[in-house]
Write a protein that binds this ligand. Structure first.
Ligand code: PGA
Length: 256
Protein backbone atom coordinates (compact mmCIF):
# COMPACT_ATOMS: atom_id res chain seq x y z
CA UNK A 1 0.00 0.00 0.00
CA UNK A 2 1.26 3.43 -0.84
CA UNK A 3 -0.08 6.02 1.60
CA UNK A 4 -0.03 9.55 0.19
CA UNK A 5 -0.76 12.21 2.82
CA UNK A 6 -1.35 15.73 1.55
CA UNK A 7 -2.04 18.92 3.49
CA UNK A 8 -5.50 19.43 2.03
CA UNK A 9 -8.29 17.55 0.30
CA UNK A 10 -7.59 19.53 -2.86
CA UNK A 11 -3.92 18.53 -2.88
CA UNK A 12 -4.75 14.84 -2.27
CA UNK A 13 -7.38 15.00 -5.01
CA UNK A 14 -4.87 16.46 -7.46
CA UNK A 15 -2.48 13.56 -6.86
CA UNK A 16 -5.31 11.10 -7.50
CA UNK A 17 -6.37 12.99 -10.65
CA UNK A 18 -2.81 12.89 -11.99
CA UNK A 19 -2.67 9.11 -11.45
CA UNK A 20 -5.87 8.68 -13.47
CA UNK A 21 -4.80 11.19 -16.14
CA UNK A 22 -1.57 9.31 -16.64
CA UNK A 23 -3.47 6.04 -17.07
CA UNK A 24 -5.82 7.56 -19.65
CA UNK A 25 -2.89 8.99 -21.59
CA UNK A 26 -0.95 5.69 -21.49
CA UNK A 27 -4.01 3.57 -22.21
CA UNK A 28 -6.75 5.56 -23.98
CA UNK A 29 -9.11 2.56 -23.84
CA UNK A 30 -8.65 2.05 -20.10
CA UNK A 31 -11.38 0.48 -17.99
CA UNK A 32 -12.09 2.58 -14.90
CA UNK A 33 -14.01 1.53 -11.82
CA UNK A 34 -15.77 4.55 -10.34
CA UNK A 35 -17.29 5.50 -7.00
CA UNK A 36 -19.98 7.88 -5.75
CA UNK A 37 -20.53 9.84 -2.53
CA UNK A 38 -18.92 13.07 -1.36
CA UNK A 39 -15.35 11.83 -1.59
CA UNK A 40 -14.88 11.57 -5.39
CA UNK A 41 -16.74 14.82 -6.21
CA UNK A 42 -13.63 16.99 -6.21
CA UNK A 43 -11.78 14.27 -8.13
CA UNK A 44 -14.39 14.36 -10.89
CA UNK A 45 -14.31 18.16 -11.00
CA UNK A 46 -10.53 18.05 -11.36
CA UNK A 47 -10.66 15.39 -14.07
CA UNK A 48 -13.25 17.44 -15.99
CA UNK A 49 -10.98 20.49 -15.85
CA UNK A 50 -8.09 18.45 -17.31
CA UNK A 51 -9.90 17.98 -20.66
CA UNK A 52 -8.88 14.34 -20.99
CA UNK A 53 -10.04 12.15 -23.85
CA UNK A 54 -12.71 9.77 -22.57
CA UNK A 55 -13.92 8.63 -26.02
CA UNK A 56 -12.49 5.11 -25.67
CA UNK A 57 -12.75 4.79 -21.88
CA UNK A 58 -15.09 2.20 -20.35
CA UNK A 59 -16.43 2.63 -16.81
CA UNK A 60 -18.02 0.39 -14.21
CA UNK A 61 -19.52 1.89 -11.08
CA UNK A 62 -19.19 0.13 -7.76
CA UNK A 63 -22.78 0.16 -6.63
CA UNK A 64 -26.36 1.39 -6.87
CA UNK A 65 -29.41 1.57 -4.61
CA UNK A 66 -32.13 -1.00 -5.22
CA UNK A 67 -35.59 0.30 -6.05
CA UNK A 68 -34.68 3.94 -6.56
CA UNK A 69 -35.86 5.13 -9.98
CA UNK A 70 -32.92 5.80 -12.28
CA UNK A 71 -34.02 9.46 -12.59
CA UNK A 72 -34.14 9.96 -8.81
CA UNK A 73 -31.62 12.69 -7.92
CA UNK A 74 -29.89 10.36 -5.42
CA UNK A 75 -29.57 7.37 -7.73
CA UNK A 76 -25.98 6.71 -8.66
CA UNK A 77 -27.01 6.92 -12.31
CA UNK A 78 -28.06 10.53 -11.71
CA UNK A 79 -24.97 11.21 -9.63
CA UNK A 80 -22.55 9.98 -12.27
CA UNK A 81 -24.17 11.74 -15.21
CA UNK A 82 -24.54 15.00 -13.30
CA UNK A 83 -21.08 15.05 -11.76
CA UNK A 84 -18.91 13.48 -14.44
CA UNK A 85 -20.25 11.84 -17.57
CA UNK A 86 -22.21 14.75 -19.05
CA UNK A 87 -19.07 16.90 -18.82
CA UNK A 88 -16.70 14.57 -20.70
CA UNK A 89 -16.73 12.88 -24.11
CA UNK A 90 -17.52 9.39 -22.85
CA UNK A 91 -19.61 7.10 -25.07
CA UNK A 92 -22.91 6.27 -23.39
CA UNK A 93 -22.58 2.59 -24.28
CA UNK A 94 -19.26 2.42 -22.40
CA UNK A 95 -20.86 3.45 -19.08
CA UNK A 96 -21.92 0.66 -16.72
CA UNK A 97 -23.79 1.15 -13.45
CA UNK A 98 -25.59 -1.71 -11.69
CA UNK A 99 -29.33 -1.76 -12.46
CA UNK A 100 -31.06 -1.32 -9.13
CA UNK A 101 -34.44 -1.79 -10.79
CA UNK A 102 -33.74 -5.12 -12.49
CA UNK A 103 -36.52 -7.69 -12.10
CA UNK A 104 -33.95 -10.44 -11.50
CA UNK A 105 -31.25 -9.07 -9.18
CA UNK A 106 -28.97 -12.17 -9.07
CA UNK A 107 -29.06 -12.32 -12.88
CA UNK A 108 -28.17 -8.64 -13.31
CA UNK A 109 -25.31 -9.08 -10.80
CA UNK A 110 -23.92 -12.04 -12.74
CA UNK A 111 -24.23 -10.08 -15.98
CA UNK A 112 -22.31 -7.18 -14.42
CA UNK A 113 -19.47 -9.53 -13.52
CA UNK A 114 -19.55 -10.92 -17.08
CA UNK A 115 -19.42 -7.41 -18.55
CA UNK A 116 -16.38 -6.49 -16.44
CA UNK A 117 -14.62 -9.65 -17.60
CA UNK A 118 -15.61 -9.06 -21.25
CA UNK A 119 -14.16 -5.53 -21.05
CA UNK A 120 -10.82 -7.03 -20.03
CA UNK A 121 -11.09 -6.30 -16.32
CA UNK A 122 -10.77 -3.02 -14.44
CA UNK A 123 -7.47 -1.18 -14.84
CA UNK A 124 -8.01 1.24 -11.97
CA UNK A 125 -10.74 1.23 -9.35
CA UNK A 126 -11.55 4.45 -7.48
CA UNK A 127 -12.71 3.80 -3.91
CA UNK A 128 -14.06 5.83 -1.03
CA UNK A 129 -14.34 4.34 2.43
CA UNK A 130 -17.28 4.29 4.82
CA UNK A 131 -16.88 5.30 8.45
CA UNK A 132 -17.28 1.55 9.12
CA UNK A 133 -14.56 0.61 6.64
CA UNK A 134 -16.88 -0.41 3.82
CA UNK A 135 -15.65 -0.26 0.22
CA UNK A 136 -18.33 -0.16 -2.43
CA UNK A 137 -21.27 -1.09 -0.25
CA UNK A 138 -19.48 -4.10 1.20
CA UNK A 139 -20.42 -3.62 4.81
CA UNK A 140 -18.48 -5.15 7.72
CA UNK A 141 -18.59 -8.99 7.72
CA UNK A 142 -18.96 -9.08 3.93
CA UNK A 143 -17.14 -12.07 2.52
CA UNK A 144 -13.68 -11.01 1.46
CA UNK A 145 -14.20 -13.20 -1.64
CA UNK A 146 -17.66 -11.77 -2.49
CA UNK A 147 -18.79 -10.91 -6.02
CA UNK A 148 -21.40 -8.43 -7.26
CA UNK A 149 -24.58 -9.06 -5.29
CA UNK A 150 -27.37 -7.58 -3.18
CA UNK A 151 -26.38 -6.18 0.24
CA UNK A 152 -28.29 -4.65 3.13
CA UNK A 153 -26.83 -1.37 4.37
CA UNK A 154 -25.94 -1.01 8.03
CA UNK A 155 -27.93 1.44 10.10
CA UNK A 156 -24.74 3.51 10.38
CA UNK A 157 -24.44 3.81 6.60
CA UNK A 158 -28.13 4.76 6.35
CA UNK A 159 -27.42 7.48 8.94
CA UNK A 160 -24.29 8.62 7.08
CA UNK A 161 -26.20 8.84 3.79
CA UNK A 162 -29.31 10.49 5.22
CA UNK A 163 -27.71 13.86 4.43
CA UNK A 164 -28.24 13.17 0.72
CA UNK A 165 -31.88 12.12 1.11
CA UNK A 166 -33.08 14.64 3.67
CA UNK A 167 -34.03 11.96 6.16
CA UNK A 168 -32.79 8.54 7.22
CA UNK A 169 -36.08 6.81 6.49
CA UNK A 170 -35.77 7.68 2.80
CA UNK A 171 -32.40 5.92 2.39
CA UNK A 172 -33.00 2.58 0.63
CA UNK A 173 -31.86 -0.38 2.74
CA UNK A 174 -30.80 -2.54 -0.18
CA UNK A 175 -28.12 -2.03 -2.76
CA UNK A 176 -26.24 -3.85 -5.49
CA UNK A 177 -22.49 -3.68 -4.99
CA UNK A 178 -19.43 -5.11 -6.65
CA UNK A 179 -18.00 -7.67 -4.27
CA UNK A 180 -14.72 -7.45 -2.43
CA UNK A 181 -13.40 -10.23 -4.67
CA UNK A 182 -14.43 -8.13 -7.68
CA UNK A 183 -12.62 -5.07 -6.33
CA UNK A 184 -9.53 -7.14 -5.55
CA UNK A 185 -9.29 -8.15 -9.22
CA UNK A 186 -8.84 -4.55 -10.39
CA UNK A 187 -5.25 -4.07 -11.53
CA UNK A 188 -4.92 -0.99 -9.36
CA UNK A 189 -6.99 0.43 -6.51
CA UNK A 190 -7.03 4.11 -5.64
CA UNK A 191 -8.64 4.83 -2.28
CA UNK A 192 -9.46 8.40 -1.28
CA UNK A 193 -10.49 9.60 2.17
CA UNK A 194 -10.87 13.07 3.60
CA UNK A 195 -11.77 14.50 6.98
CA UNK A 196 -11.45 13.39 10.59
CA UNK A 197 -14.51 11.10 10.53
CA UNK A 198 -12.60 8.74 8.21
CA UNK A 199 -9.44 8.63 10.38
CA UNK A 200 -10.33 5.55 12.39
CA UNK A 201 -11.53 3.52 9.41
CA UNK A 202 -8.35 4.44 7.52
CA UNK A 203 -6.03 3.54 10.42
CA UNK A 204 -7.75 0.16 10.79
CA UNK A 205 -7.66 -0.48 7.04
CA UNK A 206 -3.99 0.42 6.62
CA UNK A 207 -2.43 -0.66 9.90
CA UNK A 208 -4.92 -3.01 11.50
CA UNK A 209 -5.37 -6.73 10.99
CA UNK A 210 -7.04 -7.92 7.80
CA UNK A 211 -10.59 -8.51 8.86
CA UNK A 212 -14.05 -8.48 7.31
CA UNK A 213 -14.99 -6.14 10.19
CA UNK A 214 -13.12 -3.48 8.22
CA UNK A 215 -13.56 -4.57 4.59
CA UNK A 216 -11.02 -2.03 3.28
CA UNK A 217 -8.30 -3.83 5.27
CA UNK A 218 -8.32 -6.57 2.61
CA UNK A 219 -6.56 -4.09 0.33
CA UNK A 220 -3.39 -4.96 2.27
CA UNK A 221 -3.46 -8.15 0.16
CA UNK A 222 -3.64 -6.24 -3.15
CA UNK A 223 -0.33 -5.59 -4.93
CA UNK A 224 -1.11 -2.07 -6.23
CA UNK A 225 -3.04 0.23 -3.92
CA UNK A 226 -2.61 3.95 -3.49
CA UNK A 227 -4.36 5.72 -0.63
CA UNK A 228 -4.72 9.51 -1.03
CA UNK A 229 -5.51 11.25 2.24
CA UNK A 230 -5.74 14.73 3.65
CA UNK A 231 -4.15 15.35 7.05
CA UNK A 232 -7.34 14.85 9.11
CA UNK A 233 -8.06 11.46 7.49
CA UNK A 234 -4.46 10.45 8.25
CA UNK A 235 -4.82 11.61 11.84
CA UNK A 236 -4.84 8.15 13.48
CA UNK A 237 -2.09 6.52 11.42
CA UNK A 238 0.80 5.40 13.64
CA UNK A 239 3.35 5.40 10.82
CA UNK A 240 2.30 8.65 9.13
CA UNK A 241 5.83 10.06 9.29
CA UNK A 242 7.16 7.04 7.43
CA UNK A 243 4.52 7.38 4.69
CA UNK A 244 5.40 11.07 4.26
CA UNK A 245 9.09 10.17 4.10
CA UNK A 246 8.43 7.53 1.45
CA UNK A 247 6.44 9.97 -0.68
CA UNK A 248 9.02 12.78 -0.37
CA UNK A 249 11.85 10.36 -1.20
CA UNK A 250 10.31 8.97 -4.38
CA UNK A 251 12.67 8.69 -7.33
CA UNK A 252 11.65 11.05 -10.15
CA UNK A 253 10.37 8.21 -12.37
CA UNK A 254 7.93 7.17 -9.67
CA UNK A 255 6.31 10.55 -9.05
CA UNK A 256 2.82 11.49 -10.22
P1 PGA B 1 -18.60 9.47 1.28
O1 PGA B 1 -18.91 7.91 1.29
O2 PGA B 1 -17.63 9.67 0.17
O3 PGA B 1 -19.90 10.11 1.00
O4 PGA B 1 -18.03 9.78 2.60
C1 PGA B 1 -17.85 7.01 1.17
C2 PGA B 1 -18.39 5.60 1.17
O5 PGA B 1 -19.45 5.37 1.80
O6 PGA B 1 -17.77 4.74 0.55
Amino acid sequence: MEIIIQPTQQAATEVAARIIARLLRDKPNAVLGLATGSTPLSLYQTLISMNLDWSRVTTFNLDEYIGLPREHPQSYHSFMWENLFQHVNIAKENVHIPDGNAADIPKTCQEYEDQIRAAGGIDLQVLGIGTDGHIGFNEPTSSLASRTRIKTLTQQTCKDNARFFGSEKDVPHHVITMGIGTIMEARQNLLLAFGPNKARAIAEAVEGPITSLNPASVLQMHPTVKVCLDEPAAGELKRADYYRWVYESKPAWQTF
